[in-house]
Design a protein around this ligand. Structure first.
Ligand SMILES: *Cc1c(COP(=O)(O)O)cnc(C)c1O
Length: 512
């Protein structure tokens, strides 16, 4: 303070006078320092992860016992935050990135994807309309069109074709559930519109179809979209179709519904079910759906990624006749959560149901009709710049490396399947389609099916308890089955072999 100042004048200079630095949460030097520490942490994490137990040994509520239950008033050095992260957060993690993780489906990742996500977080754009951040929309549309070409989706699903803009297109959402929800709503409105009655009075007549293997989120989303649970048709499957949908049953069910005054509206076909990787016949379903004007959605959350390899693409045969398809590169295409790619043949059917036009979002670009406003193809308005990481993955690795990655996982799964088959205490329960092996200790001799179920349950529990591998289970055809999902990004053949040795040893201790 200058000595010439009066007492009153000093008020304006208080902060500096007390030597307090101004709060600058985005100070570029702090950004550099914090992120370097975070990146070092991540790199060390990947180096050390293989020796960490896959499943944590913590009790519910453990974190509250370790960390302060109320937020601090004063700031603390970033190093303190990182110290607590190491000491208290990491021990509570299930290490999905561990090469010894074989549960559920892998959540694959890559350096390029993490970099893309990090940069998107830093840019922090909110690209609800094209105008709100042109490149966010343009990049998303470009990345989706690239991926469509990798999977050889028909041109009708692409945003841009050589002859310009078609009616098709895509959007990146957070989850498959959202992809189902937005397409269900569009199909619902189309069916209501066709029925000719006003408003939603016909809603109680609309019917949706899936199989008993379809992901449980489908019927949840149907409830969200207002469908009557009494109108959810869950078509039974069995070993005769390897748990894929039997088109004859679908046809009969739809006919019976129509004959009794119901309105068949939407069918969800799955390519690669979560339980056992069953594949529904997309083409046959599309043919039946056409007869009833039903919307067909293909859920290829996991297995869609395999279809970038020509040898798996036949699982999508007939996709040119469906209305929409979604796949999640965050499962098997090296792109971190969240990234579900939804493609629809007619984007206007989505935007017809989901469009909003508040005055404060009005802009010339939208008025020109030349741009896509992605807010009109999703539930929310705000959206992350997800296209960046997907583009960075495809740009950095190229189709050949991505195909190599899929093929390596499938080869490791095949190897595991072969070893299981060579041990006559075990059986492979359904034929392997991708990189998931469904197997179990089989009932033999005096052992009943129920005994075998019990033995498999104990086998899974004992294997998981070691922390050296993590597998999950399912029930297929009333049998308790172990799921061995290959494909965690750091996995190599030796991890698969080690897991088998552990399973074999554990089984011996149970069976002997
Ligand atoms: C993982 C999965 C889902 C669920 O996806 P969310 O993104 O969690 O909603 C749905 N269907 C299939 C086939 C899946 O594998």
């Amino acid at each position: 303070m200058g000595s010439l100042g009066t007492k009153h004048a000093s008020c304006t200079a208080i902060p500096e006078a007390e030597g307090k630095a101004e709060f600058q949460p985005l100070n570029p030097e702090d950004v550099r320092a914090y992120l370097h520490k975070a990146v070092d942490f991540i790199s060390d994490y990947y180096t050390n992860i293989k020796s960490m137990p896959v499943l944590p040994d913590v009790k519910p509520g453990y974190l509250q016992d370790e960390l302060s239950s109320s937020p601090p008033i004063d700031s603390a050095p970033f190093d303190d935050t990182m110290k607590e992260l190491r000491a208290s957060v990491v021990p509570g993690m299930t290490h999905w990135a561990s090469p010894n993780f074989f549960a559920f489906f892998p959540s694959t990742n890559s350096a390029a994807a993490i970099a893309g996500d990090l940069i998107a977080s830093a840019m922090n754009t909110v690209g609800f309309t094209w105008q709100a951040s042109p490149v966010a929309t343009e990049m998303e549309v470009l990345a989706l069109d690239w991926l469509a070409q990798l999977v050889r989706l028909p041109i009708t699903f692409m945003n841009r074709t050589s002859t310009g803009r078609g009616t098709g297109g895509g959007v990146i959402l957070g989850t498959t559930s959202e992809a189902m929800l937005v397409t269900l709503v569009a199909a619902r409105d189309a069916a209501l519109h066709r029925s000719g009655s006003a408003g939603v009075s016909d809603l109680p007549r609309l019917v949706v179809y899936a199989t008993d293997q379809t992901h449980s989120t489908f019927f949840k989303v149907c409830r969200l979209a207002g469908f009557d649970p009494a109108n959810f048709r869950s078509i039974p499957t069995g070993p005769e179709t390897n748990y894929g949908l039997d088109p004859v049953k679908l046809l009969e069910t739809m006919q019976a519904d129509r004959d009794t005054g119901f309105v068949p509206t939407y069918v969800c076909a799955t390519v690669g079910t979560t339980s056992s990787n069953a594949v529904d016949p997309v083409g046959a379903i599309a043919d039946i759906a056409t007869m009833f004007n039903v919307w067909v959605h293909v859920d290829a959350a996991y297995a869609g990624s395999a279809c970038i390899c020509p040898e798996f693409r036949h699982h999508l045969d007939g996709v040119e006749r469906v209305d929409s398809i979604s796949m999640s590169p965050h499962k098997w295409l090296l792109t971190c959560l969240d990234c579900t790619c939804l493609y629809v043949r007619d984007t206007h059917r989505l935007s017809g149901s989901l469009e909003t036009n508040p005055e404060y979002l009005n802009n010339d670009a939208t008025d020109s009709g030349k741009v896509t406003d992605l807010k009109d193809m999703q539930v929310g308005v705000g959206r992350r710049f997800r296209g960046l990481k997907l583009w960075m993955v495809m740009h950095t690795y190229g189709t050949s490396k991505l195909q190599e990655h899929i093929r390596k996982d499938v080869a490791m799964a095949k190897m595991f399947e072969d070893i299981v088959c060579s041990d006559d205490r075990f059986e492979v329960v359904v034929p392997r389609n991708f990189a998931l092996v469904c197997f179990r200790i089989k009932a033999s001799g005096a052992m009943t099916e129920e005994d075998a179920d019990g033995a498999n349950r104990v086998l899974m529990e004992n294997v998981n308890k070691t922390g050296k591998a993590y597998l999950a289970h399912t029930v297929v055809g009333d049998k308790f089955v172990l799921r061995f999902a290959v494909g965690s990004s750091l996995q190599e053949e030796r991890h698969v072999r080690n897991a088998w040795d552990l399973i074999k040893m554990t089984a011996s201790s149970i069976l002997d």
